[in-house]
Write a protein that binds this ligand. Structure first.
Ligand SMILES: *[C@@H]1O[C@H](CO)[C@@H](O)[C@H](O)[C@H]1NC(C)=O
Ligand SMILES: *[C@@H]1O[C@H](CO)[C@@H](O)[C@H](O)[C@H]1NC(C)=O
Ligand SMILES: *[C@@H]1O[C@H](CO)[C@@H](O)[C@H](O)[C@H]1NC(C)=O
Ligand SMILES: *[C@@H]1O[C@H](CO)[C@@H](O)[C@H](O)[C@H]1NC(C)=O
Ligand SMILES: *[C@@H]1O[C@H](CO)[C@@H](O)[C@H](O)[C@H]1NC(C)=O
Ligand SMILES: *[C@@H]1O[C@H](CO)[C@@H](O)[C@H](O)[C@H]1NC(C)=O
Length: 471
């Protein structure tokens, strides 16, 4: 749907693992120590001891942390002296960074409560850093969701079908029961702009024009209102603000605003095409989850998976976009083991077929994201990602190579031999880890620890940790 011709950046490779080579420059307000962390806190190798848990795929990222001081823990005495809210907030974040570094170094965690889930194993790029980062988020992170704006464009969103994650996420952020809700704006580390691009398109779309001006106008207006009324937008020029949308057009709508208004905003988007405006270091890849109407489950989630995985590979869907077109041209109705259909055969059930399949094909369509990725995960089917420039959700935390197969478009003709070459042993390992990540792709209302909503928030938290408020 989206017109991508406006943006013509070229990144040559598929971005499966967005190693965030982030530079955090922390200038402490009271001791002037510089902390330079030259790679992402959570995805890095960090310790170089013999550890089968961490895997580093980016050859440039040697995983070392260069930190010029370790004394970030501030005693309460100094803390009491911090007067401005911006200082207090930066102090919170500095302590969180220090705790994450320490956990990565000691390969353990510190928590003031009993941990009911401990992420471990090769599924996580750095399980210790991730776990501690998550603990710190729960302890510290406070979000202000702006109250301005009216239904249906603000404070609401779609709750079923393709874009449903948008509505559920907005609800959770707006909810009084949100454990991350700030009591006051001064206390907030991040600010949420609760508008729904999907609802804007539903309410304002006038066929046959696909013009985006009406939506650009609404989001620009919204920022205008909150930046006039409160000082927080101006304080960070939007850098501690975030928005979320699963609509294909949300990336363009927010990047085509006058004066590039959203240039610092953390954009949480399903349309995570790094070859367009999506920037993995600043933006967050939002999983596309097609929920069955009025439920919180996907079409595969309720099936349960029998152990009879008699189909090697499976895909059913339209020939949208060049990747699917190629897939269908090569494989449509040609092979019993590798089942590729444009339309589901009569009398068959999509969810059941996925649950019977070893490898579920998830090619990009008109846009990079596909609801099939999450459907496959819930069917305990190993996702086969066929995509270019797709930044996979949570790839700063999860090592997708441990629970999915990634195949570049050019290899579509060799698809069957590639899948056949994966041993049963390897398949069972991949599948075990698919089951392990199911919780991270599950929608709960209210949200639960480590579920999809809180994983999205954790992605926002990581990016917030890498942003420093101007003094
Ligand atoms: C990351 O750590 C592992 C385990 O210690 C090691 O084998 C690997 O070489 C490291 N990767 C890099 C890029 O340093
Ligand atoms: C890792 O990279 C940093 C900066 O890129 C460099 O200073 C350091 O010497 C490297 N360490 C190793 C062990 O290669
Ligand atoms: C890791 O930390 C937990 C909680 O602080 C503690 O109970 C446990 O003994 C530690 N494990 C190791 C190996 O140090
Ligand atoms: C923020 O900056 C804009 C543009 O400079 C200005 O119009 C607005 O009044 C400022 N907001 C506040 C709360 O001062
Ligand atoms: C698995 O399913 C296939 C096709 O539905 C069937 O032919 C086969 O007998 C089943 N095998 C087992 C072990 O249930
Ligand atoms: C991603 O962006 C590039 C550059 O605009 C475009 O060529 C490609 O088709 C996009 N991918 C998808 C699946 O839309």
């Amino acid at each position: 749907m989206a017109d991508s011709s406006l943006m013509n950046y070229k990144t040559p490779v598929i971005v499966f693992t967005s190693v965030l080579l982030l530079v955090i420059l922390y200038l402490s307000p009271y001791n002037n120590h510089n902390f330079i962390i030259n790679n992402d806190l959570v995805s890095s190798n960090i310790t170089s001891s013999t550890n089968s848990f961490t895997q580093n795929q980016n050859p440039q990222d040697n995983g070392t942390l260069s930190v010029s001081s370790t004394s970030t823990s501030v005693n309460t005495h100094i803390r009491e002296k911090l007067t401005s809210s911006a200082e207090r907030i930066e102090d919170d974040l500095a302590r969180a960074r220090a705790a994450i570094r320490e956990a990565a170094q000691t390969r353990n965690y510190t928590s003031n409560k009993v941990e009911d889930f401990i992420p471990r194993g090769p599924t996580y790029r750095n399980p210790y850093a991730f776990h501690q980062s998550y603990i710190e988020m729960e302890k510290t992170f406070k979000i202000w969701s702006y109250k301005e704006g009216e239904l249906p464009l603000v404070h609401n969103g779609p709750h079923s079908y393709l874009y449903s994650i948008e509505g559920h996420f907005i609800d959770e952020m707006d909810s009084e029961k949100n454990p991350f809700a700030a009591q006051s704006m001064d206390e907030a580390h991040a600010f949420f702009l609760p508008f729904s691009v999907t609802n804007m398109v539903s309410a304002l779309y006038k066929p046959p024009s696909g013009a985006r001006e009406p939506y650009i106008h609404v989001v620009t207006d919204y920022v205008g209102v909150v930046s006039k009324k409160y000082r927080y937008w101006n304080r960070s020029t939007g850098g501690d603000h975030f928005m979320a949308s699963c609509h294909d057009w949300a990336a363009a709508v927010t990047s085509e605003t006058p004066n590039n208004l959203f240039k610092n905003v953390i954009r949480v988007l399903c349309n995570a095409n790094s070859s367009e405006t999506f920037q993995p270091k600043r933006d967050v890849s939002l999983p596309e989850i097609s929920l069955v109407t009025r439920t919180l489950v996907t079409s595969t989630q309720s099936r349960g998976s029998g152990s009879n995985h008699s189909i090697l590979g499976f895909f059913a869907g339209g020939a949208h976009g060049p990747i699917r077109k190629m897939l269908i041209e090569h494989w449509k109705d040609k092979d019993d083991a590798l089942q590729v259909h444009e339309y589901l055969p009569k009398g068959t059930d999509y969810g059941e077929l996925m649950a019977k399949t070893k490898f579920c094909l998830c090619p990009s369509g008109y846009e990079v994201a596909s609801p099939r990725v999450v459907e496959a995960i819930h069917a305990s089917c190993v996702p086969v990602i066929i995509s270019d420039h797709y930044v996979l959700p949570f790839s700063d935390v999860l090592d997708w190579s441990q629970f999915s197969v990634q195949i570049p478009m050019e290899k579509i003709p060799e698809l069957k031999s590639i899948l056949l070459a994966i041993s049963d042993d390897k398949f069972l390992k991949l599948q075990k880890r698919v089951r392990q990540v199911q919780r991270h792709f599950t929608v709960n209302r209210p949200a639960k620890r480590f579920d999809v909503i809180h994983m999205i928030l954790h992605s926002v938290w990581l990016r917030r940790l890498n942003f420093h408020l101007p003094a």
